[in-house]
Design a protein around this ligand. Structure first.
Ligand SMILES: CC(C)(COP(=O)(O)OP(=O)(O)OC[C@H]1O[C@@H](n2cnc3c(N)ncnc32)[C@H](O)[C@@H]1OP(=O)(O)O)[C@@H](O)C(=O)NCCC(=O)NCCS
Length: 197
């Protein structure tokens, strides 16, 4: 599998193996950039784990809707970024922010909010261009997001992943995330989280 070569040295990244890479740049994602990412959602893996070609458009349309409460947490913002390696778009990452992290148990016997981490939090979802996977962009994107100034108010970032999604699980682990609970929840999801430092 091809690896990315360093373009030039910048500040060393303390994230061990990735010291030789220049991190991707995250820039706010705009509606006119939809044609750049929509083809990534034709990919079966993207469709299986994230959604189909409508997904990015729905994310953009949601941007202007009023913030509300979701599963026991108050929304505080919605952020979406395109990740660039120089002038090449390589990935997309979406982060909804909340006033706390609330663990929700749904279903007919569900108890609603079953635990709370009382810290401003962000819930992330991400995709790498299918043609550019396994080159380190996924991990880079997450590590760069951890430093995004737009998310300066957020302490905890987390992503919900189905355990069968090996690529995403490995991506999270390499980015220093850990399961909040290793047992899948009522939707079959494990949430991986990491505090911003
Ligand atoms: C998950 C995803 C973003 C990873 O992107 P990526 O750019 O390929 O990730 P990286 O190259 O940074 O790889 C991260 C780790 O995952 C591993 N990995 C990536 N794809 C893999 C695969 N198909 N099978 C096994 N391991 C895989 C890499 O080897 C690497 O491991 P390491 O850090 O231990 O060396 C990408 O596969 C994707 O877009 N999937 C579809 C959408 C999706 O699942 N999003 C997440 C929803 S929660």
């Amino acid at each position: 599998m091809p690896t990315r070569q360093p373009h030039r040295l910048e500040e060393p990244d303390t994230e061990s193996m990735r010291q030789y890479c220049v991190p991707v740049k995250l820039r706010p994602f705009t509606r006119d950039q939809l044609p750049l990412v929509e083809p990534w959602f034709e990919d079966p893996e993207t469709q299986r784990w994230l959604g189909g070609p409508d997904w990015p458009r729905m994310a953009v349309e949601l941007a202007d809707a009023p913030l509300g409460e979701f599963r026991g947490a108050q929304e505080t913002g919605r952020y979406r970024f395109l990740a660039w390696d120089n002038d090449m778009p390589v990935g997309y990452v979406d982060c909804g922010t909340f006033d706390r992290w609330a663990t929700w148990e749904g279903g007919s016997d569900g108890g609603g909010v079953v635990s709370v981490i009382d810290e401003p939090s962000g819930s992330i979802a991400y995709v790498t261009d299918p043609a550019l996977r396994q080159r380190g962009y996924g991990v880079d994107m997450i590590l760069t997001l951890m430093r995004a100034r737009e998310l300066g108010h957020v302490l905890l970032l987390a992503a919900g992943i189905e355990p069968e999604n090996t690529a995403s699980v490995r991506c999270m682990i390499s980015a220093g995330f850990h399961p909040l609970d290793p047992v899948s929840d009522w939707e079959g999801i494990v949430y991986y989280a990491r505090r911003r430092t």
